[in-house]
Design a protein around this ligand. Structure first.
Ligand SMILES: Cc1cc2nc3c(=O)[nH]c(=O)nc-3n(C[C@H](O)[C@H](O)[C@H](O)COP(=O)(O)OP(=O)(O)OC[C@H]3O[C@@H](n4cnc5c(N)ncnc54)[C@H](O)[C@@H]3O)c2cc1C
Length: 383
């Protein structure tokens, strides 16, 4: 039998790829090596686990052994891949060597923790995986006051979720508004009001400089000199694609592992997809882009020539008290139509030819998102 296709990782990217391949070929040998426990879950569910009182175990969609049996794969869990030899086509994990015919990086990204001083600087927690949620659970259960470093997409979702679960939450964000560069200030303001109504404290244009243990609490010092006591600190300050393994193996990396539209890296028979990949210069850490990548890569791996065409994609900020949906490009447009109502905002951006180039809809106006998205998909070329 020929050497298997080896996939590193068991997140959405890896398991979408497994499913795609198995739809086309039930037999080609597939081996998955993953650093975690390999259970299938939907990562966006992490954003509402606390308010729904769900534990990490509740979020498991399929246990690792069940997934492996159903998809006829060899699944090795708690198997960190430590080294790769692209010349001899093998990977090394837990002191063992595994040969591959083709290799796929689906190693995801690591939550970024901004550098801070203090004797409790290493107490910062993150929420980018089921394992991290599991580690966070006991602390959050005990906590009354929680600080979130970062008010971007994931920061606001987690902050609102914790506030809805009854915690006293403070969000510390270096930008002048929540959701930073993603949306203009006037779109973020109503979200900020909703957060305040939930009892959340917002520290905008601020960052954490120091974290110290003080009695049972953590004392935070902010850039301005202000101090506050909290029980838990969570960083939601962005993600860094996991590229070290690839760069050690001599594979070209930039922000992510560099791939072309066939998901090929610079090494022969080595591919990458998901949060770890930089496709033609851009990292696209969203499920839709990953699903489309998995379709293309599945075909490539089975010898069907195929290239990735990414259409316009919708981004949803899952903050139930004030949802925000957006797509396309609103930043470099030449004209904007803005309709602000009590129930939400509709902002449409157009180019010189009055073609829709992007939109943002908020609050109850998110019902318009799909109509606008269809218009946008017709108007924009695949990216
Ligand atoms: C809170 C939150 C909410 C989100 N909400 C949305 C949303 O609403 N919509 C949306 O489109 N996207 C959302 N996203 C983003 C989306 O979930 C991710 O883009 C996607 O899940 C990434 O999947 P992945 O498989 O690339 O990475 P991961 O899920 O991070 O998987 C990486 C895998 O690689 C393994 N691994 C890493 N290094 C090694 C190694 N050396 N050896 C072996 N295994 C290794 C890990 O153990 C893991 O199994 C959200 C993300 C978060 C954190």
């Amino acid at each position: 039998m020929s050497e298997p296709i080896i996939i590193i990782g068991s997140g959405f990217a890896a398991y979408q790829l497994v499913k795609t391949i198995r739809r086309m070929d039930g037999e080609v040998p597939l081996t998955v090596l993953t650093a975690d426990d390999g259970h299938e879950y939907n990562k966006p569910d992490l954003s509402h686990a606390f308010s729904k009182q769900q534990t990490a175990d509740d979020l498991v969609l399929k246990r690792a052994d069940v997934f492996a049996n159903e998809h006829n794969i060899t699944l090795l869990t708690q198997a960190v891949v430590e080294d790769i030899d692209t010349q001899s086509h093998c990977v090394f994990s837990n002191g063992k060597k595994y040969s591959y015919s083709k290799l796929v990086f689906a190693t995801g990204a690591t939550a970024y923790i901004p550098p801070v001083q203090g004797n409790a600087a290493d107490h910062v927690m993150t929420v980018n995986s089921l394992t991290e949620l599991r580690a966070l659970e006991p602390s959050v259960r005990r906590a009354k006051r929680i600080a979130i470093m970062g008010g971007g997409l994931i920061g606001v979702e987690i902050a609102m979720d914790l506030a809805r679960s009854g915690k006293s939450v403070v969000v510390i964000e270096p930008n002048i508004n929540l959701l930073g560069d993603l949306v203009p200030e006037f779109i973020a303001r109503p979200l900020e009001r909703q957060m305040l109504q939930l009892g959340t404290t917002l520290c905008l244009e601020e960052s954490v400089t120091e974290i110290n243990q003080q009695d049972q609490a953590l004392s935070l010092t902010l850039q301005s000199g202000k101090t506050m006591a909290v029980d838990v600190v969570i960083s939601a300050a962005g993600l860094s694609p996991n590229t070290t393994l690839a760069s050690q193996a001599g594979i070209k990396v930039n922000k992510g592992i560099c791939v072309d539209t066939t998901l090929r890296t610079s090494a022969t028979d080595v591919f990458a997809l998901g949060d770890c990949a930089e496709i033609e210069g851009r990292v696209r850490p969203y499920l839709q882009a990953i699903s489309l990548s998995a379709n293309t890569l599945g075909q490539q791996l089975l010898g069907v020539d195929s290239g990735l065409n990414l259409p316009a994609m919708m981004i949803r900020v899952k903050t139930p008290n004030y949802p925000i949906y957006m797509a396309g490009n609103i930043h470099s447009s030449t004209s904007w139509a803005i309709n602000m109502t009590n129930s939400g905002i509709v902002m449409q951006a157009s180019d010189d030819d009055q073609q829709l180039t992007g939109f943002v809809v908020t609050g109850e106006q998110v019902t318009q998102a799909y109509t606008l998205f269809r218009q946008l998909s017709v108007a924009t070329k695949p990216l």
